[in-house]
Design a binder for this molecule. Sequence first.
Ligand code: NAP
Length: 297
Amino acid sequence: MKVGFVGLGLMGAPMSRNLLKAGHTVKAWNRTKSKVDAFVADGGEAASSPQDAAEGADVVIIMVTDSPDVQAVVLGEGGVVHGMSSGSVLIDMSTISPEVTREIGATLGEHGVQMLDAPVSGGVLGAQNAALSIMVGGPTDAFERVTPLFEAMGQRITYCGGPGMGQVTKLVNQVIVAGTMAAVSEGLLFGAAAGVDLDAAFKAVSGGAANSWQLENLGAKLLQDDFAPGFMVKLQQKDLRLVLESAKEMNLPMFTTPIVHNMYRAVEGQGHSDEGTQAYIKGLEALAGVKARSEKS
Ligand code: NAP
């Protein structure tokens, strides 16, 4: 297929490469041009604007940060809507508000363009290995048409319902991920305070009922004092904000998520916004006066 791609960040860079590897033609735009130059070096085409990326494309994929960013690159001046032809499909793979998703989809519909929301889980590793879990909302005929693109980027592709339901599913994912990270951190800190060999404790519990993606991947990293992202604290804050905004709209009580959101605020206050979400432990350590890891010198 002829694909326009907007957003070559930590996720978009490997995802766009996997589309090339699967034999699709990909023309990409990124706000910071150096990332487009690297994409061209890997066999892609350069676009001079989101609109240019969309000209002549069957499908346009967006992978930027937050709701206002998607609105800007889709509907703003030079946005993809000005280049997309009637009958083409826009796939937004960023994690944004379900409500804003539905608004953008309605505007695109006036131009004869179908929209799918298709946020992902699996992190940078999942993006590199074409092993993402992709959660899709929107019209089923569009979903069927673009499934080969999803298959080039992911392993588990799930149709979750109408417009916005991919984003809702992603927020379910984030509630679970955030609560698990808090539990992993608290468990390891408890072990450290009680004097256990944390490497032994990690080995034991990651082979039992307490194991999870968060423990196996991020627990292991934080024990090695490795706080490189992965998934940045500031992006998790954005996602938990989206969860809490939706919960407020629904008058739904939530208990764990607000605590994790506040702890990450403390972690951001400590200057760790751009670190991976395993930096949660730094907030706990500061409160407890106990370290769960030996810091690198
Ligand atoms: P990132 O590395 O910070 O990349 C963000 C991308 O969006 C960059 O290409 C950036 O351009 C572009 N961008 C942001 N605001 C823009 C604007 N207003 N106009 C034009 N371009 C803009 O983030 P990421 O990790 O790739 O995340 C992208 C999306 O995937 C987010 O919604 C995130 O929540 C989601 N996600 C991330 C992960 C993960 O593990 N990282 C996992 C699942 C889902 P520049 O290069 O110019 O900054």
